[in-house]
Design a protein around this ligand. Structure first.
Ligand code: OSB
Ligand code: MG
Length: 379
């Protein structure tokens, strides 16, 4: 089948506010309303692709916000996409090279191009990425709880739902005792901690104490933009360090692996600028024997669908944070919703991201809509 280039005719930014079932607390703070952009992209055939930005309202995770996304997408990135046809989604990150960083904005648009590309070929996105798994293992990420007892109760609930891997957010004062209580109730469960940069090398004795708890990994213990101190910390810890916030590109991954700053990498499509860069990091880690897993950013079902497709690649050997829709939302904006059974998601074999967008629910949660089009330009 000959393939014709994609001419993007219209991009719609749906600004969404979805309320999480429960407040989510990290070492940076607590929130319950998730505000983000859904990208809807229409091509010359009328085919439609969807993407999602993972930026938050405030720049606590990285420098990007929903507002910075809006500015960068409207003023710079969308005009670059509308200006000429696209032969392959791998071209998008190259076309965006003149714009520095702003990875979440870039990733949201690139993800919609990938969905559109796969749909035009009537192929599941995961197959276009070279994936082959028909089911993926996922875990659950639990925010900081008020007491160890309450944390153990929350963990028990998710274990009873069939989740096999438990990730617990920690911070100074809510770490060793919290994790020890989980270990007391669940001595053999796959358990990991995510610090979201809450510690420094001054906390080395406390971090070494976590070695007693047989954790799978400790995620991002030190500064969000650090690689060198993590390499010093890893020499002192038995527990493998996993980097999240520190890794924005293949280059960052190479530096972290060469310096021994981590033994595991959490790949997030939005953090690294898109699926194309995610695949490059995946392939590099496969060559280096570094396990990877797919992180989460409290996405709606659209972002969740992209994560599922990426996780079908072979070096994703550890359970990721792509939990089921019902963990987050009373009602998700996709149908069917993402279902987790016994810690597994069955990968949909439908074109593109494999899930349909429920427009009625999308419009219910939508607070603004911005349309950029070149329909008037193209015949
Ligand atoms: O999507 C999820 O279930 C939560 C994943 C998670 O822990 C997270 C959620 C928001 C911002 C940062 C992180 C993180 O992994 O650091
Ligand atoms: Mg993390």
């Amino acid at each position: 089948m000959t393939y014709s280039p994609i001419t993007i005719r219209e991009v719609t930014l749906h600004r969404m506010v979805m309320r999480l079932k429960d407040p989510f607390t990290t070492s940076f703070g607590t929130f319950q309303d998730r505000e983000f952009f859904v990208i809807e992209m229409e091509d010359e055939t009328g085919a439609i692709g969807f993407g999602e930005s993972v930026a938050f309202l405030s720049p606590w995770y990285s420098e990007e916000t929903v507002e910075s996304n809006k500015h960068i997408m409207e003023q710079f990135l969308i005009p670059l996409l509308l200006e000429s046809p696209i032969n392959h989604p791998d071209e998008v990150s190259k076309r965006f090279e003149s714009i520095r960083r702003n990875h979440m904005a870039k990733s949201a648009l690139e993800g919609a191009v990938w969905d559109l590309y796969a749909k035009r070929k009537a192929n599941p996105l995961y197959k276009e990425l070279g994936g082959s798994k028909q089911q993926i293992e996922v875990g659950i990420s639990i925010g900081i709880q008020p007491t160890p007892k309450e944390l153990a109760q929350v963990v028990e609930g998710f274990v009873n739902e069939g989740y096999k891997r438990i990730k617990v957010k920690i911070k100074p004062g809510a770490d060793y005792e919290m994790l020890k209580e989980v270990r007391r109730h669940f001595p053999d469960i796959l358990l990991m901690a995510d610090a979201n940069s809450a510690y420094t090398l001054k906390d080395i004795n406390l971090l070494k104490k976590l070695d007693e708890l047989d954790l799978m990994m400790i995620e991002q213990p030190l500064a969000y933009d650090d690689i060198i101190d993590h390499s010093k910390l890893q020499t002192e810890l038995v527990t493998p360090i996993c980097l999240d916030e520190s890794i924005h590109s293949l280059e960052d991954a190479r530096k972290a692996v060469e310096l021994g700053s981590c033994k595991i990498i959490n790949i997030k499509i939005g953090r690294v600028g898109g699926i194309t860069e995610s695949k490059k990091i995946h392939d590099y880690c496969a060559q280096q024997g570094i396990p990877v897993w797919c992180g989460g950013m409290l996405e709606s079902g659209i972002g969740r669908a992209h994560n599922i497709a990426l996780t079908t690649l072979p070096q994703f050997v550890m359970p990721g944070d792509t939990a089921g829709s019902s963990r987050y939302w009373e009602k998700d904006i996709i149908q069917p919703e993402v279902i987790v059974e016994n810690g597994l998601i069955h990968v949909p074999n439908k074109p593109g991201i494999g899930y349909e967008v429920n427009r009625q629910v999308l419009e219910q949660y939508r607070v603004d809509k911005i349309v950029r089009s070149n329909k008037n330009i193209l015949a």
